[in-house]
Ligand binder design. Structure first.
Ligand SMILES: [Zn+2]
Length: 466
């Protein structure tokens, strides 16, 4: 018996040989990919036995996308923080809003983001840092029930600053002493490895909000508990000034000094780094999450992605959040990643569509330490697969499906999504969430949040609304 048989279309496997199979087929059973190959060969074996037969003759079939930098609690903050650079963006808008969340509103935000991610082809993501006031357990359980696979980091902190003395974290986000550290450990014991779908990571806040001792404790504990660490690093120039002024170290040196490098670490943004820091990232096999839209919008700078890739750094792709992107559509993010490197280097060959698709799939899986499970369409892996409808004018002529996915497609082109061998979206209808309810709830929650925080009550729009 076969649970799902996907038949026809272009299969972009992302396997070791990076095979692309024209007129291919994929067979799925008990959550696993049990076969992938040419349709004429697989048809005899699986066609009649399949519970669900998906005709993909006019589709592109590829591994589910992996978004390595997501803020679930920023879903309600879309368009609340435009036209600002990072520090004002945090102090005046993002922190006051996030520091006023009730757990009910944070859950509404998380569900909205989950819904958007499923609808735009993401099947696995890395959440950067939840805090207690959002209602961590409820959010983790809600994410599990959406069918998404996720590594969910909990923020850890014991100081209140960010980069300079004047930037004090909003009181609503401050957590006492080592509470955040202990609560992360509690969550790891409770949820880490849940059905190979949910993992709990440490999410230390940026330098200024965490003491050196606590950073070292996080590093040791993450290794002991076999989990990951993710942290924003070297996002803006102020980050570099901070670590140099206070510790005489460049950001990556600072991270390495405290044990925050290695295969279980995903550093986010990593914009302002020098050659020797890139070398250190490569030598320590530290993963990087590149978030081009966020870097452009906040005027943070351009990450040296093509240099990092050529030096052997595992660079992955993330969208960042509602007030920095302002979408969680990783397909659109691929285009920005592909366009930004030629602009930065004035070299049209700086990066290829294939490199970008690797960043959004197999490299993301490696960063999350789950490349043995997902990231490619291969026999024996869990079936996380998305199907993109190419029978649309903007995707023709279909002479190069990888180029089209990166430069042309958007999340709206994703037709079906399968996670862990289960259909999560069919014909653009999400089966694990009530779309109407999620959207209505998000609208209600946003209004009450804006009023309580006193931020984002009126739209930042130059034109009058009648
Ligand atoms: Zn971020």
């Amino acid at each position: 018996m076969v649970d799902i048989y996907i038949r026809g279309g272009w299969i972009i496997t992302m396997d070791r040989e990076r095979r692309i199979i024209k007129n291919g087929a994929v067979a799925i059973e008990d959550g696993f990919i049990i076969d992938v190959g040419k349709r004429e060969k697989l048809d005899n074996e699986y066609k009649v036995y399949a519970d669900i037969l998906i005709n993909a003759e006019r589709d592109i079939v590829l591994p589910g996308l992996i978004n390595t930098h997501v803020h679930l609690a920023q879903g309600l903050l879309r368009a609340c923080a435009d036209y600002l650079s990072l520090i004002d963006w945090l102090k005046d808008r993002v922190w006051p809003l996030q520091g006023n969340y009730t757990s009910h509103e944070a859950l509404a935000s998380a569900k909205l983001v989950a819904l958007e991610m499923i609808k735009s082809g993401t099947t696995t993501f890395l959440e950067t840092g939840l805090v207690g006031r959002y209602g961590l357990d409820e959010i983790i359980e809600a994410i599990y029930s959406t069918g998404l696979r996720a590594a969910i980091a909990r923020h850890v902190m014991d100081l209140k600053g960010y980069a300079t003395k004047e930037n004090i974290l909003h009181e609503g986000l401050v957590e006492p002493g080592d509470y955040s550290f202990k609560d992360t450990i509690r969550l790891i014991y409770r949820y880490h490895g849940w059905d190979n779908k949910i993992w709990v990571w440490f999410g230390p806040r940026t330098p200024g909000a965490v003491s050196l001792e606590l950073y070292r404790e996080i590093s040791a504990k993450a290794r002991e508990l076999n989990t990951g660490i993710t942290m924003h690093l070297a996002e803006v120039r102020e980050d570099v000034e901070y670590t140099i002024r206070n510790f005489g170290k460049k950001p990556v040196e600072f991270a390495h000094w405290l044990g925050l490098t290695g295969r279980n670490v995903v550093l986010v943004h990593v914009v302002w780094v020098e050659d020797d820091e890139i070398k250190l990232l490569s030598e320590t096999e530290t993963n990087v999450s590149h978030n081009p839209s966020s870097n452009m919008k906040l005027a943070s700078g351009v990450a040296r992605v093509s240099d990092m890739l050529s030096q052997g750094v595992n660079v992955t792709l993330g969208t960042d959040g509602g007030p920095s992107n302002n979408t969680y559509d990783l397909i659109r993010e691929m285009k920005h990643a592909a366009l930004l490197q030629p602009l930065r280097t004035l070299n049209p060959k700086a990066i290829r569509a294939e490199d970008v698709l690797e960043m959004a799939t197999i490299r993301g899986a490696r960063a999350l330490m789950i490349d043995h499970l997902v990231g490619s369409i291969e026999k024996g892996k869990r079936a996380d697969i998305i199907i993109v409808d190419y029978w649309q004018p903007h995707l023709h002529p279909l002479n190069n499906p990888v180029s089209h996915l990166v430069y042309v497609a958007s999340g709206h082109d994703v037709k079906h999504s399968i996670i862990d061998g289960k259909l999560v979206m069919f014909n653009r209808r999400v089966l694990t969430l009530n779309e109407e309810e999620v959207i209505e709830e998000a609208e209600r929650a946003a209004i009450s949040l804006y009023e309580r925080a006193g931020v984002c009550i009126n739209p930042d729009l130059r034109w009058p609304i009648e």
